[in-house]
Design a protein. Structure first.
Length: 200
């Protein structure tokens, strides 16, 4: 994402560009979920990211989506791909998808039991970077388990939230020692009366 308040020089540069020549504005009519939307794109290539000689040049694009006369979405992105009338819609779609994935993952890490703050910083001797890395590895491991561990998936589907699942694990391992991950999963399935250990 490329917002005006965080990239002031870039937007000053864009404002000085000549429309039609240096600043292109293709428009499209798109049907989305049975409703017609109007997508207006603006883009420019080789725009200075910051002020100063030798500043990095980037390719900038934005989209404004309107439906029934009201703007329903607006966003802007920068890329190193050369933008054209033919590929601007695809670049914006990729940017929107990437933003959605990053935002959802960050939200999970911040609010679903991982306790990862958005600005973790680096700390002294990179301790915070290490803790952030361990958090992300834990999230990766749990995502992997969702696809390959039937017991884990069954327990996660039974408990209402990821946070409650972590609380159960924390409480159990605080008072008991399990020989393996499988033993812990079996114990939890018995207690929850689910799966092959369901009490008949």
């Amino acid at each position: 994402m490329c917002k005006p308040d965080s990239h002031t020089h870039l937007y000053k540069w864009v404002a000085l560009l000549e429309p039609g020549k240096d600043l292109r504005t293709p428009k499209m009519r798109v049907k989305n979920k049975g409703q017609w939307e109007y997508h207006t794109y603006r883009y420019a290539n080789a725009v200075a990211l910051v002020e100063g000689e030798g500043a990095l040049k980037v390719n900038w694009c934005e989209v404004s989506v309107t439906s029934k006369g009201k703007q329903i979405h607006h966003n802007a992105f920068i890329t190193d791909f050369t933008i054209t009338d033919e590929n601007v819609a695809g670049i914006v779609a990729a940017g929107r998808a990437r933003w959605k994935i990053e935002n959802e993952n960050n939200n999970t890490l911040k609010t679903k039991g991982y306790h990862l703050e958005h600005n973790f910083g680096h700390g002294k001797k990179h301790l915070s970077s290490l803790l952030a890395t361990l958090n992300i590895l834990a999230f990766l491991f749990h995502s992997f388990l969702t696809f390959c561990d039937d017991a884990y998936r069954l327990i996660r589907d039974t408990l209402p939230t990821r946070k409650i699942f972590f609380e159960h694990i924390r409480a159990l391992t605080h008072y008991m020692r399990f020989a393996s991950w499988e033993a812990l999963m079996e114990f939890m399935m018995r207690g929850l009366e689910i799966g092959p250990y369901e009490v008949k």
